[in-house]
Write a protein that binds this ligand. Structure first.
Ligand SMILES: Nc1ncnc2c1ncn2[C@@H]1O[C@H](COP(=O)(O)OP(=O)(O)O)[C@@H](O)[C@H]1O
Ligand SMILES: [Mg+2]
Length: 251
């Protein structure tokens, strides 16, 4: 009996059933004192194993999504930013906008929570194993430019086009030259009506002409980005400097 118990432990280890192995002795006691049947025990141990695997898969998806930080809706103080419709934002976690291939554009000055909210939505998507990738606009352009020089632009565009959800952070933070704007346009055009994109920007859409150095490209990008989109204007104070400003007021 003891011999078979040891062999069973070895098998569980080889099969990578770690939860099963860790909890088996406790569950055998439940069987001995009659509080659980064999089926209950097998079911509950298998359930624990499955929960662990789902969690691991979720964590792996969150990891590959390249978020700058892990932020959630729960971490967001909606009362600090009353211009935001909380219900609308929370609803994005059901990912209907991804099924409908719609985009989200967060507009607002620095520190109002654009990256936080874009990440919170992305984390929900990644947890549900929706292919998700986060990149700053600057990094994206750098990668596309490098690929262009190395004659593998098409491949790189396909790489970024394939994600069900792509988050492009800080569009317009720095103005883009015509070549960069064209590269971004090619990516947005490839994703248009196929996959969802979340963009964060500190520039109102009326000033996007300044970002891209060419009103025609700016319009072409905006046209595709906005066609099926949710535009969220966050008008409020910076969360980054809230304490400094509050302290200032008090002193
Ligand atoms: N309303 C909020 N509640 C809690 N944390 C917030 C809120 N707004 C912003 N933050 C935090 O403040 C920092 C700056 O926010 P971020 O989303 O990076 O701003 P933005 O991208 O608009 O410049 C982040 O650490 C973010 O988590
Ligand atoms: Mg940001």
């Amino acid at each position: 009996m003891q011999n078979n118990y040891n062999k069973l432990m070895n098998n569980l280890e080889s099969l990578n059933l770690n939860m099963f192995k860790a909890n088996l002795s406790t569950y055998l006691e439940y069987m001995e004192n009659g509080s659980k049947t064999v089926v209950d025990i097998l079911y509950e141990l298998s359930e624990m194993e499955m929960t662990l695997r789902t969690e691991r898969a979720m964590n792996a998806c969150v990891k590959v999504a390249n978020f700058p930080f892990i932020k959630t809706f729960e971490d967001f103080d909606f009362s600090f930013q009353p211009s935001i419709n909380k219900e609308q934002i929370i609803n994005y976690k059901y990912l209907k906008f991804i099924d409908d291939k719609e985009n989200i554009v967060f507009i607002g000055s620095p520190g109002v929570g654009k990256t936080h909210l874009a990440t919170a939505i992305g984390v929900e998507a990644a947890k549900l194993r929706t292919s998700t990738y986060f990149i700053s606009c600057g990094d994206l352009i750098l990668q596309l430019k490098r690929a262009h020089i190395e004659n593998r632009l098409e491949q790189r565009l396909k790489f970024f086009a394939k994600y069900k959800l792509l988050i492009i952070d800080e569009v317009g933070f720095l103005p883009l030259d015509i070549e960069s704007s064209n590269l971004l346009f090619q990516l947005i055009a490839k994703r248009y009506e196929k996959n969802s994109t979340i963009v964060t920007t500190n520039k109102p859409l009326s000033r996007w002409g300044e970002i891209f150095g060419d009103p025609v490209i700016a319009n072409a990008i905006l046209d595709r980005l906005l066609h099926h989109s949710h535009v969220i204007n966050i008008v409020g104070r910076s969360y980054r400097t809230k304490d400094i400003i509050d302290d200032d007021k008090q002193s």
